[in-house]
Design a protein around this ligand. Structure first.
Ligand code: GTP
Ligand code: MG
Length: 444
């Protein structure tokens, strides 16, 4: 059945009946209220502003209590988000209040990335909620919702204009959170300057396309007050936890040598306007806007990123199951492709390694053959040398033998010669004439 047919069918079926007596479903709103009260509420405020601009003081003033705070140093390397959660009770309404401080905002020399930790923090809270929603067994009923409902953007009371850091940060945040810009320490700026400053800020926000939170005017009960308050934005606030006696009343104020600035005096600052708008009139709208506008946008983008769509290319409704099946098939296909690629890669790698190993083996073999040849050559040379040396040794031995033979012969010869001499000597002395002849010749 087409959608239009179904509508017609339902309209035809819808009938107004008058009741014969009291049934009791008119108590539904009361049931809702009582359920909500029992369950309690959560409200999360993000404070973005320079270190020492008065964030903690304003929070203490707004909730009329003292939250634990520590002064931030001016030497943070990067902006850091510090959430603190408190359980508050007013009458019998429980409020889980989370105040998130952007610690170190505006303190870095390079402020290009100052907005990023803030954006990431907001996204992380959306992601956590989405993950809870997508769980099979979800417990959204008692889930601690940490999504940021409002961002109080503290503007430094320079009296000139917005800083580029303010414009960039607000621009990055405006699609993710309800921004309420406030001029901090408004007691440091004169009335006429403040008026001009407010106009300047608003015109700069408009010209830079920054969307700030507008108090809703569609609910008749608050249309008037909200439209008046929209014209007062940005609120110029003063914070103080100090109590000063004015007349015979103790009021929260800041005391100066020249007078007293009363926080809750509407002619001194817009603190009361901010408290009215933020807490008393529009707290629920801020929570609703966070869920229906900002979270919805995040969820839609995230699901589209994951491949989910409401309609197919022919603008026909696309069921979640079909999308899931298609995605699953796509995923399995991709997985198979990846597996095949990896297998191919592995085979190639093995082949590569195998051929590398073969090449190495061949090189080693060649090296071995080469060494073997060198070794054989060396061996041959040594063998030749040995032979030569042997021959030399043999020749030497032969020569030695010959010399020895000669020596022994000559020795024999010399040992026979004295015998002969003795014989000769004997013969000589036995012949005196001969001697005389010799001596006679000698005398002559
Ligand atoms: P960090 O958390 O350290 O970044 O500081 P903060 O932004 O929380 O500022 P904090 O509330 O600690 O205030 C810093 C100083 O400013 C204190 O001395 C406050 O008394 C003073 N201060 C706070 N609000 C105002 C204000 O509205 N006007 C003036 N003149 N001073 C204020
Ligand atoms: Mg602080």
């Amino acid at each position: 059945m087409a959608a239009t047919d179904l509508e017609r069918f339902c309209n035809e079926e819808k009938r107004n009946l008058s009741l014969g007596g009291h049934v009791g479903f008119d108590s539904l709103p009361d049931q809702l209220v009582s359920k909500s009260v029992t369950q309690g509420f959560s409200f999360n405020i993000l404070c973005v502003g320079e270190t020492g601009i008065g964030k903690s003081t304003l929070m203490n003033t707004l909730f009329n209590t003292t939250f634990e705070t520590e002064e931030a140093s001016h030497y943070e390397n990067a902006v850091r988000l510090r959430p603190r959660t408190y359980d508050l009770l007013e009458s019998n309404v429980h409020l889980k209040l989370t105040i998130v401080d952007a610690v170190g905002f505006g303190d870095q020399i390079n402020k290009d990335e100052s907005y990023r930790p803030v954006v990431d923090y907001i996204d992380t809270q959306f992601e956590n909620y989405l993950q809870e929603e997508l769980k099979i067994r979800r417990s959204l009923f008692n889930y601690h919702d940490t999504r940021i409902h409002v961002c109080l953007y503290f503007i430094t009371p320079t009296g000139h204009s917005l800083k580029s850091l303010d414009l960039v940060t607000m621009k990055k945040l405006d699609s993710k959170v309800n921004i309420i810009p406030i001029i901090a320490k408004a007691d440091t700026i004169s009335k006429s300057e403040l008026h001009k400053f407010k106009i300047k800020i608003m015109s700069e926000l408009v010209s830079n396309g920054v969307q700030i939170y507008q108090f809703p005017t569609d609910d008749e009960a608050v249309t008037e007050i909200n439209s008046v308050m929209n014209a007062h934005l940005p609120f110029a606030v003063v914070g103080s936890t100090e109590e000063v006696k004015v007349g015979n009343k103790l009021v929260r104020a800041r005391q100066y040598p020249w007078g007293v600035v009363q926080v809750e005096n509407e002619s001194h600052c817009d603190f009361v306007k901010l408290r009215e708008m933020l807490i008393r009139v529009n707290m629920e709208d801020l929570r609703e806007q966070t869920h229906t506008r900002h979270y919805e946008l995040y969820r839609r983008c995230k699901l589209e990123e994951m491949g989910f769509k409401d309609t197919d290319p022919d603008s026909q409704p696309f069921s979640l199951q079909e999308t899931y099946e298609t995605k699953r098939k796509e995923f399995l296909g991709e997985l198979q492709k990846k597996e095949e690629e990896m297998r191919q890669m592995f085979v190639n790698k093995v082949k590569e390694t195998e051929s590398e190993l073969k090449e190495k083996e061949r090189e080693l073999h060649e090296k071995f053959e080469h060494l073997k040849r060198i070794h054989q050559e060396e061996k041959r040379k040594v063998e030749e040398k040995r032979r030569e040396l042997e021959e030399e040794m043999n020749a030497f031995n032969r020569r030695k033998l010959a010399v020895e033979t000669l020596q022994s012969q000559s020795l024999q010869a010399t040992s026979q010669q004295p015998l002969k001499k003795d014989k000769d000597k004997k013969n000589f002395f036995s012949l005196p004439s001969a001697c005389s002849i010799t001596s006679g010749r000698h005398v002559n």
